[in-house]
Design a protein around this ligand. Structure first.
Ligand SMILES: Cc1ncc(CO)c(N)n1
Length: 229
């Protein structure tokens, strides 16, 4: 029976990744990532991305804290709360170093408004962790971790001619980031194994949606998306 196949409990993350195969392939082929890799990405696009991403990371860290509060295990709460702190400290510091070299002060970045895609994506994450079960919320958050890791590993093979772009790539291709992502993957598999089939189905749907938003986030930066009117 076909209906019995999707959303099985064992190795849920394998199933999640296979559900976004096409989305991930399109992501790697996107001109933003191609440009990051070959160094031809226009400076204004990267700057737009960094400003939007610093706004994104604040919401992401908030979502992690909400998820930490819902975790059924104390060690998971601790891990997620730690990731929230790391997100705010490490990633934002890196962004600020790079942004400063682009002449953007932290105040300028903080005063910027979220572009439509960014607002939609962060609202999707915050709604999922707030309204749904731990497992479903975690599934919505997972593409943020996982896709960046995969992209980092892929892009580091080629390297970039632009040193700012290279620094960005190195951050996500590094061992420290890998450890972080592996923690969340293990948590996802364990948590999904205890969820109901309906919850797993919903978790998968949220995962796919977040993967689509990840794609759209690059596209947003590439287009330097603005609110209309
Ligand atoms: C949009 C987005 N997704 C994921 C990450 C990885 O934390 C990030 N920095 N930005």
């Amino acid at each position: 029976m076909l209906a019995a196949l999707p959303c099985r409990a064992a190795d849920f993350t394998t199933e999640q990744w296979s559900a976004i195969g096409q989305i991930y392939a399109k992501t790697l082929a996107h001109p933003f990532l191609k440009g990051l890799s070959d160094g031809t990405l226009p400076r204004e696009c990267f700057q737009f991305y960094l400003i939007q991403d610093s706004l994104y990371l604040r919401a992401f860290a908030q979502a992690l804290n909400l998820l930490a509060a819902k975790a059924p295990r104390e060690d998971w709460s601790l891990t997620l709360a730690q990731h929230s702190i790391d997100t705010l400290k490490e990633e934002r510091r890196m962004h600020q170093v790079v942004l400063a070299s682009y002449g953007v002060t932290p105040a300028m970045a903080a005063a910027a408004e979220m572009a439509p895609t960014n607002a939609a994506y962060t609202n999707h994450l915050l709604a999922a962790v707030q309204r749904l079960t731990f497992s479903e919320g975690l599934s919505a958050m997972l593409p943020c971790y996982w896709i960046y890791w995969e992209v980092g590993k892929q892009l580091v093979r080629q390297g970039s001619r632009n040193k700012d772009y290279q620094r960005w790539i190195d951050n996500y291709a590094g061992e420290e980031y890998a450890t972080t992502v592996r923690q969340v993957l293990a948590m996802m598999n364990e948590s999904a194994s205890q969820a109901s089939p309906d919850q797993r189905r919903e978790a998968l749907r949220l995962f796919v949606r977040s993967a689509r938003y990840e794609y759209l986030f690059w596209d947003m930066a590439w287009r330097r998306e603005q609110w209309q009117p």
